[in-house]
Design a protein. Structure first.
Length: 403
């Protein structure tokens, strides 16, 4: 028995816009370093170098834009002189980082801040708002570059934003989309994984609206991973495809498409013992899918579980109808699932009742929805549609035959 592959369509670009306009590099939000309480043994004493650097940074806050750059450079020169005099005083690195940020030297700023934080962990609380400010600037620069079709500049800006501040997932997601569109599967996968990691960290904005936006981005990220897995499959890198799909089944155990494509990837590699439980799960969620049942039959047969294979073969042949071509259209307030029923053993005209469960990112949504279809004759098909009214868009489904 053979199966026919099911492909996943490409995910459209969905770069999330940052709240507020771009904030140009300017005077840092804070300059005081001596107030930071470091652990015993860490020398955080103010020096002539740190005093001079701080004064230049403070002066930059009250002068015009044209006069700021020389002051930032003077502050950086003094901070670097302090580092040369005492490489273990975190204050000098903190001030050097502020000067670098003010001049748009974000990589150097990150390095200076990291050193200050390593020498004295409480400096992390002081660098956080400065990192967030720099992140906003770089992220918006990336959006502006993308809007003028300069993807090289967009990638550079978004990469920089993730280095200076790694708590926001949006730049990782945008980078993943760009890499996907270029067929750079490995890079896209890495960025989707970084998106998920960033989503586990607290963001800049903790309002209810921002939390909801992050939940939506997680859903888009899972869809993006599904797409990358499909691209690996199409490129015949079935082992890597299986890894991606397997991770998706752990991220969302109710993701029917992840389970099905995971089964396809294992089937193609003839990894029969590993395929058995995966195929079982697919049939559990999609019991009238002929391909899913054939995959399970082959898994049992080639894993030398012949009795189980025979049971599946007989059950597949006895299915009243086959469900095929299912498409889920998620929407806020109403998600719609459309598909076809193909005739099999049920006599033409026999009513077949299906009960669908819709799933959101956190689990089942609302109550199961039923639809009754009249079985078509063998070789014929008929369409069906079932909808769920729910504020949360559905991302997956399963169903059962109601006897």
């Amino acid at each position: 028995m053979k199966i026919s592959p099911v492909w996943i369509f490409a995910l459209p670009f969905a770069a999330a816009c940052a709240a507020g306009g771009a904030s140009p590099a300017g005077a840092p939000a804070r300059t005081t370093a001596v107030a930071v309480q470091c652990p015993a043994g860490v020398n955080n004493a103010q020096t002539a170098f740190s005093r001079d650097a701080e004064q230049q940074l403070l002066r930059a806050q009250v002068v015009g834009q044209a006069a700021r750059q020389p002051l930032y450079q003077q502050a950086l020169t003094q901070a670097q002189a302090g580092i040369a005099a005492d490489a273990n005083n975190p204050q000098h690195y903190f001030l050097a980082g502020q000067a670098h940020i003010s001049m748009g030297n974000y990589v150097a700023a990150d390095s200076a801040f990291r050193r200050a934080e390593t020498l004295c962990a409480p400096y992390g609380e002081e660098t956080l708002p400065l990192r967030a400010q720099a992140f906003q600037t770089l992220y918006n620069q990336g959006l502006e570059a993308y809007q003028r079709n300069d993807t090289v500049a967009a990638i550079a800006a978004w990469q920089g934003s993730t280095r200076i501040f790694d708590r926001e997932p949006d730049p990782y997601f945008n980078l993943a989309i760009l890499h996907t569109s270029r067929g750079q599967h490995d890079q896209a996968l890495a960025m989707y994984n970084q998106t998920l990691t960033a989503l586990e960290r607290p963001g800049i904005d903790t309002t209810a609206e921002a939390v909801a936006a992050r939940a939506d981005l997680r859903q888009k990220t899972e869809a993006g991973l599904l797409n990358v897995g499909a691209q690996y499959f199409q490129a015949k890198n079935h082992a890597r495809a299986a890894e991606v799909f397997e991770r998706l089944t752990r991220l969302n155990p109710n993701n029917r498409d992840a389970w099905y494509n995971y089964a396809l990837a294992l089937y193609t590699q003839e990894r029969w013992p590993q395929l058995v439980p995966v195929a079982q799960r697919v049939v559990q969620m999609d019991p009238l899918n002929e391909n899913a049942n054939i995959i399970l039959f082959n898994a049992y047969k080639n894993a030398n579980q012949n009795n189980e294979a025979l049971k599946v073969l007989q059950a597949t042949e006895a299915l009243p109808v086959h469900v095929t071509g299912v498409q889920l259209e998620p929407g806020e307030g109403r998600s719609v699932l459309r598909g076809q029923v193909a005739g099999n053993q049920a006599r033409a005209g026999t009513p077949v009742r299906l009960e669908f469960t819709f799933y959101g990112p956190a689990g089942a949504l609302g109550t199961p929805q039923q639809v009754t279809v009249n079985a078509p004759a063998k070789g014929a098909t008929t369409n069906f549609e079932v909808a769920l009214q729910n504020a949360t868009p559905a991302v997956s489904y399963s169903y059962r035959v109601v006897r």
